[in-house]
Design a protein around this ligand. Structure first.
Ligand SMILES: CC(C)(COP(=O)(O)OP(=O)(O)OC[C@H]1O[C@@H](n2cnc3c(N)ncnc32)[C@H](O)[C@@H]1OP(=O)(O)O)[C@@H](O)C(=O)NCCC(=O)NCCS
Length: 169
């Protein structure tokens, strides 16, 4: 019997999966400005170097990691202390079945519990799936940063989306 997917805090053994999932998105050229293969060592460093109030979650089912997400500080400047940034990545062959939603729910709960008030996410403007995904959670479009990215010889627009949490008031 297939078990329910579970979201939990990531540990170093998850680095290999985090790297593989993220590298899929890097190669797809639709969701991140990282352009080189993301290694397991880089994923382990990401986990090791998390600052206070930052976290990485993974979603696993039957002991296989299917997706991951991160809450990170928007800025180290203290005036931005109530602002965080989130991202979610799911194995491409496991999208559309609720894995991302489970991760996003936990990211937003975590952000609430850790005193954040404003959540920002940066999305490729033509990544309509991700924009819909964030809209489902109540994110709204702040605006489009035109031609801020340059990938494979083409300018790329970025959609900035925000979500205001009731916490941190
Ligand atoms: C965006 C992403 C994280 C969503 O995760 P997911 O597991 O596919 O999402 P879910 O199955 O939980 O779907 C939740 C909602 O997202 C939206 N969504 C998901 N896939 C969609 C698609 N192909 N087209 C339009 N909307 C879509 C829908 O609103 C959906 O709600 P619904 O099921 O009630 O219609 C995932 O598709 C992904 O990893 N994409 C590639 C990387 C990426 O773009 N990450 C975001 C960078 S911040």
């Amino acid at each position: 019997m297939i078990s329910d997917p579970v979201v939990r805090i990531a540990g170093l053994p998850d680095a290999v999966h985090i790297a593989a999932i993220y590298t899929e998105s890097i190669k797809a050229r639709d969701s991140t400005m990282d352009l080189e293969t993301f290694t397991s060592e880089a994923a382990a460093d990401l986990i090791r170097n998390l600052r206070s109030r930052e976290t990485v979650f993974v979603c696993e089912q039957d002991e296989k990691v299917l997706g991951w997400g991160i809450v990170k500080l928007y800025s180290k400047r203290p005036g931005y202390g109530r602002a965080c940034e989130t991202s979610v990545y799911v194995y491409r062959d496991r999208t559309g079945v609720g894995i991302g939603s489970r991760i996003q729910t936990e990211l937003l709960n975590y952000a609430t519990e850790h005193g954040f008030h404003h959540v920002v996410t940066k999305i490729w403007a033509d990544n309509h799936e991700s924009i819909s995904f964030h809209e489902k959670f109540g994110f709204t479009l702040v605006g489009i940063q035109q031609e801020i990215g340059y990938v494979d010889g083409e300018n790329k627009d970025i959609a900035i989306m925000q979500y205001i949490l009731s916490s941190g008031d």
